[in-house]
Design a protein around this ligand. Structure first.
Ligand code: ZN
Length: 213
């Protein structure tokens, strides 16, 4: 949640928007995606007073609703809501990328420090994924090494309460931002197999990550 609010603040600064006004509009949109009065009140309290909780202590629906609100309010009218390639940016992609940069410099510095892009993808990513989606999400995660600079990450995401096609774009952005912090160039992240956008077609989400040798 801290990362999301900092992203909104940074986005507003760059676009010369008034942060408080944007946050109020985001809250207005976000609560349209919750189902009960209790959820609505919980969200209003957390966002209007900026009571920051770590994502592990927030209910599953919270980030999903917040992402919906952020995307609706911050994106340009002709921009896409989500995307399936790092070559096409979108709000959730930038939010994920921002979070990777921030976490690599602060809370998860130790997980990034001294790692090559290969080492991080092979071993560190699943640790971070577990912190974000819960330990029960980790056993299904499979990191397939196609070549030293190309990985395919398989993620069963249909049963994750906080996952959505928007959230898949944040995962793409996170992978992209992590690779930037680890010094890779020519980074490309593709997510053309999405089990949340095309539920009938793909049993799991697959992210393809590559960079120049
Ligand atoms: Zn997906």
């Amino acid at each position: 949640m801290k990362g999301r609010l900092l992203f909104i603040k940074e986005w507003c600064r760059k676009r010369q928007l008034v942060y408080k006004e944007a946050l109020a509009k985001i809250l207005q949109e976000a609560v349209k995606n919750v189902h009960t009065v209790e959820q609505r009140e919980y969200m209003e309290r957390r966002l209007s007073q900026e009571i920051i909780l770590s994502s592990a202590s927030l209910p599953d629906w919270f980030d999903k609703a917040l992402l919906e609100g952020m995307t609706k309010v911050l994106k340009d009218s002709d921009a896409p809501r989500n995307s399936f390639s790092s070559q096409q940016s979108c709000i959730p992609f930038e939010a994920g990328r921002f979070n990777a940069h921030r976490q690599a410099e602060t809370v998860f510095k130790a997980i990034f420090k001294g790692k090559t892009p290969q080492q991080w993808t092979r071993t560190s990513f699943s640790v971070l994924y577990g912190m974000c989606y819960g330990q029960e999400a980790v056993p299904g995660l499979r990191v397939e090494e196609i070549s030293p600079c190309m990985f395919r990450i398989h993620m069963p995401r249909k049963d994750l309460a906080n996952a959505s096609p928007l959230d898949c774009s944040t995962v793409m952005g996170y992978l992209y931002g992590a690779m930037e912090k680890l010094g890779a160039d020519g980074i490309l992240v593709l997510h053309d197999k999405c089990s949340l956008a095309w539920e009938e077609v793909f049993p799991e989400c697959v992210f393809e990550l590559s960079w120049n040798e």
